[in-house]
Ligand binder design. Sequence first.
Ligand code: NI
Length: 166
Amino acid sequence: MPILPIIHYPNPILKTPCDTLRKELPGVEQLIKDMQDTLMAYPFCVGLAAPQVGSLLRIVVIDCSRSRKPCKHHGNLVLINPVIIYRAGEQVMREGCLSLPDYTGNVKRPDAVVVEGLDSDEIPQKIETEGFEAVVLQHEIDHLDGILFLDRITSLKTDVFRRKTY
Ligand code: NI
């Protein structure tokens, strides 16, 4: 169960858009397992995107059941080539990121999303969700486009905070 090292800001890998996974690549199954093990290694961590472990493929792993806050969720999710096909509403939530361990920020995003992608068996999935899990999905999919939560902050003065607890 290898736990992969996390890439930290300002490593340029985090700013690089990822490639769509078009065919079965050797090592992808292991990469997904390692991403899940890495997620589990961080208490309360709810999501991880492939570039955070140095792989520029469109893969995210998410598990909002690990959150401290009670929320509706779909449990353990693996999404390959996830695409947000619907967005609605608006919410502001405090976000953090393993790649930016010293900061959190208030980020405004749509409140509800529908996401399509493939699971680890390449079976098409459609996830309809809202609230916290919708934020997590958007945050992780942003990573695949080289976007960090800091890029979505309105004001660095008022909306970014130094982390006091981890
Ligand atoms: Ni992140």
